[in-house]
Design a protein around this ligand. Structure first.
Ligand code: MRU
Length: 345
């Protein structure tokens, strides 16, 4: 299962806004189409927007004239800047683009044709690496799971959000493969319903038993003793362990703490932003009010002129997180010290 494909120098993506009703692959041909795909969440999920934008950088630049290197490098900078500005919260996007930038400037004395190949090689490397990171997260996270666990997840942190089989869902896939009785609850994830549309779709395709709930049902489920663990993904994790993820994650963590249920965040090293001491400075994307006033851009559900506040992410304070599952190992509190120690490995 893949959410993007790069074949014969062409970049394709599965349009996630059409799921689960239609499985439609589209081609990304221009910078404008790449920007639109990411902004409108046709391509989404922290690691995936990094990988996709890395390839989009190559696709956009591959046919640019090669005679004048200064002109090419200027276009490279501008294009990377535009791609980087599509979504502010997930650090994986700027991480992937700066990695390419570093390689490009390490070869800035070479002909433009070589620089273009450098961009492509690094994009491929980032994709392959992300695939591997997902497997490693699954491997490390499996140690935290018991055979009978009923796991609650929020948003979508699976195949559709990474180049591999996910972060939070990678752990769930590994657990479901090892144990017969793993059960999953998927929060619908208002307003854009990534849980209902995407997580349920991919778990069902992979035959993992899943039950869909509305976001506001999680506390009741916990009180009824129906949830053993919560596992979510992340878009950016600060040096102290504060973790930004899809809006609604924070209230899930509060509910889990109240009911004494372990709350795990799963993410690769590329999601950490150690330049931020805490989650206070994580930029939170605010999205179009229409996403809340309508359901999936269709039926209107509120008065037309109502005021709306639509932050797409929230920050879960580290105190509410039991452990962070990374490709390098499971990080337990004290996070500030242990994040530094494990990420250095
Ligand atoms: O707005 P989205 O759908 O891109 O938000 C995605 C999430 O919040 C995911 O949980 C996060 O990116 C982790 S994906 C492995």
């Amino acid at each position: 299962m893949k959410a993007i494909k790069f074949k014969n120098k062409r970049l394709f993506y599965l349009d996630q806004t059409l799921l689960p009703l239609k499985e439609e692959w589209k081609e990304c041909l221009t910078l404008a189409s790449a920007v639109k795909a990411v902004k409108t969440l046709k391509v989404r999920g922290a690691p995936l927007i990094g990988v996709f934008s890395a390839y989009a950088l190559y696709v956009t630049l591959k046919d640019k004239p090669e005679k004048d290197k200064t002109v090419f490098l200027k276009t490279f900078e501008k294009t990377a800047e535009i791609l980087n500005s599509t979504r502010p919260t997930a650090v994986n996007l700027s991480w992937a683009l700066s990695r390419i930038r570093e390689k490009v400037y390490a070869r800035a004395d070479r002909p433009v044709a070589v620089i273009k190949q450098t961009i492509l090689r690094e994009a491929r490397f980032i994709e392959k690496e992300d695939e591997q990171l997902c497997f490693r997260i699954a491997e490390k996270g499996l140690a935290l799971i018991d055979g009978q666990d009923r796991i609650l997840t929020h948003c979508n942190a699976g195949f559709l959000a990474t180049a591999g089989n996910g972060t939070a869902l990678a752990v769930i896939y590994a657990a479901a493969e090892k144990y017969k009785n793993i059960r999953v609850y998927a929060d619908e994830t208002r307003p854009l319903l990534q849980g209902a549309r995407l997580t349920c779709w991919e778990l069902m395709k992979n035959r993992v038993p899943v039950t869909l709930i509305c976001d506001n049902m999680a506390a009741v489920l916990m009180a009824e003793g129906k949830v053993d663990k919560v596992i979510v993904g992340a878009d950016r994790i600060a040096a102290n362990g504060d973790a930004a993820n899809k809006i609604g994650t924070y209230s899930l963590a509060v509910n889990a703490a109240y009911h004494k249920i372990p709350f795990y965040v799963a993410a690769p090293f590329s999601t950490f932003d150690l330049s931020l001491v805490s989650g206070k400075n994580i930029p939170i994307e605010e999205r179009d009010p229409e996403e809340i006033k309508k359901i999936m851009g269709r039926s209107e559900i509120s008065p037309r002129r109502v005021k709306v506040y639509n932050p797409a992410f929230d920050v879960t304070p580290y105190k509410l997180i039991s452990a962070i599952i990374t490709d390098k190992g499971v990080i337990k509190p004290p996070f500030k010290k242990n994040i530094k120690k494990i990420l250095k490995k």
